[in-house]
Design a protein around this ligand. Structure first.
Ligand code: ATP
Ligand code: MG
Length: 385
């Protein structure tokens, strides 16, 4: 944290030397007071973007029309944004919550017009100024509020909560990417149960279309308890889809614009989950899932059964495997073709490799080319010499 703030101060110093104002704002100031680790530092400035771009050798355009550039400095990235409004105070007035509406000079003087420090001390989440206007301007802020409950375990101030309740329907108009980014932080926060009490209280599940397919899961207290054990969104999605018995995974996850990797993981694990719940893991399960998906599947399995996940067991099952993936088999497709009779159909190759793979995994044969070829002959998969 210290060295990050030091770098931010050097950036601010440089901007000030050009005759402009600059401050650290938002999440970094909040997290400093919370004594939490800081992940990104935002700087707000009176300087226009072109001044910032010419003042620093390494900048990346992210949202020029919103007045934002990333300044890369001493190996770290800083988001530098021109004031929204005519001054620092006008800029702070447009922020969402009091705890996010503080600024810090490079001498560490705090500018805190909405008494964010008091709210931090009391663990209180309060909208800046009129909460109704705040949530009408940008309904995503409703989810951001719940996200801060999940991350910080804060309590939402009464009028702020009432306004959230009133305007919740408007979330349907927010782009799914923005909704997802907050929803993910809600699901993976340390106080997800407290966050879901609010989600249930606001009837978000019924009012927001994004959640329709999995609403059964989101209303189940049992499932929400299980969610505390999830470490990533793949696990969360599986839990939701499994509990809701919703089978069109692909469409659902595409509607949330999830990356292909997540969609593939969810599909593969879902397919195997019922048997894992019934019988537990075998070496073969670990092989076909691969270590990463096996660990995820184990965490979901344990969460659904309200047990502790046995990640060590998964790791040792995987360790015992004679091969970890198909390409480690000491014979390949073209070598098998050469062993086949000329008129054998090509589809046979996949089938043969699958049998070899099984035999190696079940430790019937060793993974050696000679051994494999002899075994294929004995089993009649290929002709005699
Ligand atoms: P994180 O720790 O996740 O980065 P953050 O509060 O810094 O949390 P950012 O999205 O990085 O969140 O936003 C930086 C700052 O910009 C916020 O602290 C807040 O002051 C302001 N901000 C972000 N999103 C909104 C919004 N939807 N409405 C109003 N102000 C916002
Ligand atoms: Mg931030």
């Amino acid at each position: 944290n210290e060295s990050t703030f030091q770098s931010a101060n050097e950036i601010i110093g440089k901007i000030e030397a050009l005759g402009h104002e600059a401050y650290v704002v938002g999440g970094a100031v909040r997290d400093l007071f919370l004594q939490k680790e800081i992940h990104d530092v935002d700087i707000t400035t009176s300087a226009p973007v072109n001044i910032i771009k010419s003042a620093f050798p390494k900048t990346i355009d992210v949202a020029i029309k919103h007045g934002t550039v990333i300044v890369q400095y001493k190996g770290e990235s800083f988001e530098v944004t021109s004031y929204r409004g005519s001054s620092l105070l006008a800029d702070l007035a447009m922020r969402d919550f009091t705890i996010n509406a503080m600024a810090l000079t490079k001498e560490r003087v705090v500018i805190d017009p909405y008494l964010g420090q008091v709210d931090i001390k009391n663990g209180c989440l309060r909208a800046v100024d009129d909460p109704h206007n705040r949530f009408i301007e940008d309904p995503l802020r409703i989810l951001r509020a719940i996200r801060f409950v999940s991350e910080l375990s804060f309590t939402i101030e009464k009028q702020t909560l009432e306004a959230m309740h009133k305007h919740i329907d408007n979330i349907n108009q927010v782009a799914v990417e923005r909704v997802f980014s907050e929803f993910k932080k809600i699901c993976l926060g340390n106080n997800v149960e407290k966050a879901f009490e609010i989600i249930i209280h606001l009837k978000i599940v019924d009012k927001v279309s994004y959640f329709q397919e999995v609403k059964h899961a989101l209303k189940s207290v049992d499932t929400l308890k299980s969610m505390c054990a999830c470490k990533n969104m793949t696990e969360v999605w599986i839990l939701f889809l499994f509990v809701s018995r919703y089978h069109n995974y692909k469409n659902f996850l595409r509607s949330w614009k999830q990356p292909k990797k997540v969609i593939d993981e969810v599909e593969t694990i879902m397919l195997r989950l019922p048997i894992l719940l019934q019988n537990g893991f075998t070496e073969e399960d670990c092989y076909f899932l691969g270590i990463e998906k096996a660990q995820k599947a184990e965490r979901v399995r344990a969460a659904l059964l309200h047990k502790q996940p046995q990640i060590n067991k998964i790791n040792s099952l995987f360790h015992q495997l004679p091969i970890k993936e198909r390409k480690q088999i000491k014979i390949n497709g073209s070598e098998i073709i050469r062993l086949l009779e000329k008129d054998e159909p090509r589809e046979r190759i996949g089938e043969i490799i699958f049998h070899v793979e099984k035999a190696i995994l079940q430790k019937k044969i060793e993974n050696k080319k000679e051994t494999i070829i002899n075994w294929l002959r004995e089993e009649g998969y290929i002709g005699a010499k």
